[in-house]
Design a protein around this ligand. Structure first.
Ligand code: ATP
Length: 232
């Protein structure tokens, strides 16, 4: 079943148009990766989905409801949650408090603090530490857990591997099957093409605010992906 569709989605920063006619579909149970170089419009796409940038009502349909232009706090309540680029933990709060804040929307669902500690056992050990006393990878786990606490149907992850060592990136991505098993679909924005291809059912490549390529990893050649990514 279709979970999210965007129809001819456009997005602007003032007069500057950053997205042009973007059509994306995400089905329930899918992991989708969005790839593209710096400035291609990946973060803008996520900001538009989550109501941080405005869009016409019918341009985004989520779970059968037109949600374009709805305020960001209401969107969380509808089941869309974002793990922002740079994690943005509350530095003076503990791991546990950061997680509790994520649960404010009170949507029913499988995700509780204990379930998140099952997914990331290290966070249970560190539950009373301030967010800033954690390693980058552990902070990323808190950011993912905080988003899951709102019991989203779709989890949007913006560059979760940025600045992390390969071994830590592997640890982080290993949580995806556990998240999917609870019925949460996942969209990752990922600059690392190999990482994106290895975790996703389908990818969309963005270039200059448009979709330059889409398809399942097995259907796309390296040449096609390079051309779509770098525009050569
Ligand atoms: P990155 O990997 O660098 O985050 P991205 O694919 O996420 O790249 P966006 O951040 O979505 O790209 O940027 C898309 C376009 O919008 C770029 O031309 C960028 O300069 C512009 N842009 C992004 N944020 C703003 C802003 N706050 N104000 C004006 N223009 C912006």
């Amino acid at each position: 079943m279709t979970l999210l569709t965007t129809h001819n989605l456009e997005s602007y920063y003032g007069d500057f148009q950053a997205l042009f006619g973007v059509d994306v579909t995400i089905n329930e149970g899918e992991t989708i990766a969005i790839i593209g170089s710096n400035g291609a419009g990946k973060s803008t796409f996520l900001r538009t989905l989550t109501g941080l940038l405005s869009s016409p009502t019918d341009s985004i349909v989520f779970d059968g409801e037109a949600i374009g232009g709805i305020a960001a706090n209401e969107i969380v309540g509808k089941g869309l949650a974002m793990v922002p680029e740079g994690r943005r933990l509350f530095p003076s709060l503990s791991v546990e408090e950061n997680l509790i804040i994520g649960g404010y929307s009170e949507r029913p669902g499988p995700w509780t603090i204990e379930r998140i500690f099952d997914l990331f056992p290290i966070l249970k050990e560190r539950r009373n530490h301030p967010g800033t006393a954690l390693s980058g990878g552990q902070q990323q786990m808190v950011a993912i857990g905080r988003a899951l606490m709102s019991n989203p149907k779709l989890l949007l992850c913006d560059e979760i591997s940025l600045g992390l060592a390969p071994i830590i990136i592997k640890d982080i991505y290993e949580c995806l099957p556990g998240i999917m098993a609870e019925g949460t679909s996942v969209l990752v924005v990922e600059q690392d093409i190999n990482q994106a291809l290895s975790v996703s059912d389908r990818i969309y490549c963005f270039q200059e605010g448009k979709i330059s390529l889409e398809g399942a990893p097995g259907e796309l050649s390296r040449d096609q992906i390079s051309a779509a990514y770098f525009g050569v």
